[in-house]
Write a protein that binds this ligand. Structure first.
Ligand SMILES: Nc1ncnc2c1ncn2[C@@H]1O[C@H](COP(=O)(O)OP(=O)(O)OP(=O)(O)O)[C@@H](O)[C@H]1O
Length: 333
């Protein structure tokens, strides 16, 4: 649906985006995560040519948009909706008129507009707010209006620039749920930029991690969460899945403490009981959790294995061979 070939955006002395090539599939929810200044906004604004890249080509729906004239770009933008952190609604217009505005700009006649706006408001759960003004709405409701407006001209792509960053956690969840529903029912490709890994975990299929204008890691959300490679990715994953054992437990240990990561099938198989049946050790479970990402289980378990050094080492090798990752946190005393 979207293809970037060697995209670079240079501002005077700053290279905001540096030679990025990327393909985003039709119907995908694609996340771009990075800290402030990484170049996410610039990259996403290149996708509808709000920013023209200094170098490279961008294809949307098979058409090279970087080759279009300014007039044709304005038309093409109807295929690419966008929502922003601070909603960008027109405060002097009602909810109805805010949504009707983008239909009007696309040359849709009044009668059609009057029929389409209530459908859009219904879709975002604001059927009863048509006559309200933005100032009378909560942040979540304002973002719903912005979503209705962005969907007015049946876009194929929806760009979301930190769309939930100004919202509280409960409202964030509701907006993410709405975006997922829109993606599922309308088949719209969504590109979402964020600095929060929780947002990525909740709705994205794939994620690109950006640092200093470059993509440093790219993969399915499940793979990135279960085996992050770049230090920045590890930091983001830890911001959601962090757990450290109390010092007291480490100090008073009687055996070897290991952290085990289970992926896919291994998260559901009885590895611990198999280990206990095979080796003469005992196992204390110190911490455990299973998270579901895109309906696939990812488990973490911290255990203390007590027994002879030889048996513990053999058991650790046995577990390690059957799981994604095993890290010894503290060895036998
Ligand atoms: N119009 C501009 N003129 C000059 N420099 C710019 C412009 N827009 C962005 N930059 C610079 O490009 C770099 C990337 O900025 P960008 O806004 O794309 O990052 P970001 O990851 O989206 O961060 P944030 O979440 O803070 O917006 C920064 O160093 C920024 O100062």
């Amino acid at each position: 649906m979207i293809r970037l070939e060697g995209i670079t955006k240079q501002y005077k002395n700053t290279t905001a985006v540096h030679d990025i090539s990327l393909t985003i599939g039709k119907g995908e929810i694609f996340g771009i995560i990075g800290y402030s200044g990484a170049g996410k906004s610039t990259l996403v604004r290149c996708l509808n040519l709000l920013e023209r890249p200094t170098k490279g080509k961008i294809f949307v729906g098979g058409e090279e948009i970087t080759a279009l004239s300014d007039r044709d770009i304005r038309k093409k933008r109807q295929e690419i909706g966008m929502i922003f952190q601070h909603f960008h609604l027109i405060s002097a217009k009602t909810v109805f008129d805010n949504v009707a505005f983008s239909l009007k700009a696309a040359g849709i006649p009044k009668e059609e507009r009057n029929a389409r706006v209530p459908e859009l408001l219904e879709m975002v759960g604001l059927a009863d707010k048509a006559k309200a003004y933005p100032a009378q709405l909560s942040g979540g409701q304002k973002q719903r209006v912005a979503i209705a407006r962005a969907l007015a001209n049946n876009p194929k792509v929806l760009l979301c620039d930190e769309a939930t960053s100004a919202l509280d956690p409960t409202t964030t969840d509701a907006i993410l749920q709405l975006l997922k529903e829109i993606n599922r029912t309308l088949g719209i490709t969504i590109v979402l930029i964020t600095h929060e890994m929780e947002v990525v975990q909740k709705i994205c299929d794939r994620v690109a991690v950006m640092e200093a204008g470059k993509i440093v890691e790219l993969g399915t959300v499940y793979d990135v969460f279960s085996g992050p490679e770049h230090p920045l990715t590890k930091e983001f994953v830890q911001s959601v899945h962090s757990f450290s054992l109390p010092e007291r437990l480490l100090e008073s240990r009687k055996g070897t403490i290991a952290k085990i990561t289970f992926k896919g099938d291994s998260a559901e198989s009885p590895i611990i009981s198999e280990t206990l049946a095979k080796f003469s050790i005992t196992i204390n479970i110190l911490h455990g959790q299973i998270t579901y990402i895109n309906d696939k289980p990812l488990g973490t378990l911290i255990i203390e294995a007590i027994g002879s050094r030889q048996e513990i080492e053999a058991a650790i090798r046995f577990i390690a061979a059957r799981t994604k990752q095993l890290e010894v946190l503290a060895d036998v005393a």
